[in-house]
Design a binder for this molecule. Structure first.
Ligand SMILES: Nc1ncnc2c1ncn2[C@@H]1O[C@H](COP(=O)(O)OP(=O)(O)OP(=O)(O)O)[C@@H](O)[C@H]1O
Length: 345
């Protein structure tokens, strides 16, 4: 595997709030993870879990109280200027832009601040505006205040790209966007990773995280509760998958057939059973480490005895959202250790 472009080791951060009654919040309680070159790593967690605090530390905007982090090989505290040269950070869609200036003018302004030579800047702006789809949308020459949220998000990403960063740190990059804008942003993120850039994203959108991430880290209460590829997490958390059977059955006999199925697999029948328009639908839980064929064979034979036709058998994998909910609800997650797996419900 290529080298780690982001490395967090035992990050600790405490905030003190309240003047009269001082309250110490331990936002990060020893967070460690690595993100490798060309990887898309999504940081998932409920509100207040410590995502933004981690983002701010990686972006050199906040110093940790303990532990250390390196980005592109440089320490975020001792070598913050080296880190800043190599990262592109998007914290909030609307932050920092000049409302009266157009997209292009805003980029020109920031390009000059970033020290991009004037001769290069014009073509660089055109390139990034094209890349995020703002030129096609007519957003390039629209004042920022007249842009839709989707256009503003695209401009935010364009600004990040102006610097040609090795590492992108994006805090909820698609929050509140319509599906088309979110898709464009995801597409750009994917193509940036395929060019070898390293991407760290925080998100609450599990479907998106599942689509886009090479690996995800789930942070709960300031600790990483679980980390891995979406598939690894599903396997680790759920010891079983569900098989959904759809059977063309007739009235009274349908009940008897299902009674027979229950007789054999009663403790494995999960979720609700439905019978509508002559179609009986039910789910049977199968452990990941046992073959499903004998169960499928047996139920197919039972259906045959009733002259029922099996219309469909579908394997229902848990989603990343199911994983997230299970991990969040787990008591062990709260202590930072998630062990063992549970059956899919
Ligand atoms: N400046 C601050 N002063 C006091 N407490 C803070 C400060 N910043 C964050 N916190 C606290 O630290 C904890 C972690 O906050 P953080 O913003 O990192 O969570 P988050 O995972 O990004 O949440 P969200 O999904 O709501 O954005 C929370 O309990 C929050 O209230």
């Amino acid at each position: 595997m290529a080298g780690a472009m982001i490395e967090a080791r035992g990050l600790v951060k405490r905030f003190v709030s309240g003047r009269i009654r001082r309250r110490v919040v331990e936002a990060l309680k020893g967070v460690s993870f690595s993100v490798y070159e060309g990887e898309i790593y999504s940081f998932l967690g409920p509100n207040g879990a410590g995502k933004t605090t981690t983002v701010r530390i990686l972006s050199t905007l906040l110093d940790p109280d303990g532990g250390e982090a390196r980005v592109a090989g440089f320490d975020v505290v001792k070598e913050r200027w080296e880190v800043r040269k190599r990262i592109g950070v998007m914290l909030s869609v609307e932050r920092g832009f000049y409302w009266k200036l157009t997209g292009r003018e805003n980029l020109y302004y920031f390009g000059r601040i970033y020290g991009i030579p004037q001769g290069e800047l014009k073509s660089r702006i055109k390139e990034v505006l094209d890349l995020v789809g703002l030129t096609d949308l007519g957003g390039a020459d629209k004042p920022f205040e007249e842009m839709s949220l989707g256009m503003k998000a695209r401009l935010g990403l364009a600004r990040v790209l102006l610097k040609d960063p090795e590492v992108l740190i994006l805090d909820e990059p698609t929050l509140g966007l319509d599906p088309a804008s979110a898709r464009t942003i995801r597409g750009v993120i994917r193509s940036l990773a395929s060019e070898g850039r390293t991407i760290f994203i925080t998100t609450h959108n599990m479907v998106e995280a599942e689509m886009i991430s090479d690996r995800v880290g789930i942070i709960i209460g300031g600790r990483i509760a679980m980390e891995g590829t979406p598939d690894e997490l599903k396997r680790r958390v759920f010891s079983s998958i569900n098989l959904e059977f759809r059977v063309k059955a007739s009235g009274h006999a349908a009940k008897k057939f299902f009674y027979d199925v229950k007789g054999e697999y009663g403790n494995r029948i999960v979720g609700g059973v439905t019978f509508s328009d002559g179609i009986l639908t039910f789910r049977v839980s199968v452990n990941r480490d046992e073959p499903a064929e004998p169960i499928i064979d047996r139920i197919t034979r039972l259906a045959y005895q009733y002259r029922f036709k099996i219309l469909e058998i579908k394997a229902l994998e848990p989603s990343l959202e199911d994983v997230f909910v299970a991990v969040s609800e787990s008591g062990e997650a709260r202590s930072g250790r998630v062990k063992g797996s549970i059956a899919q419900r």
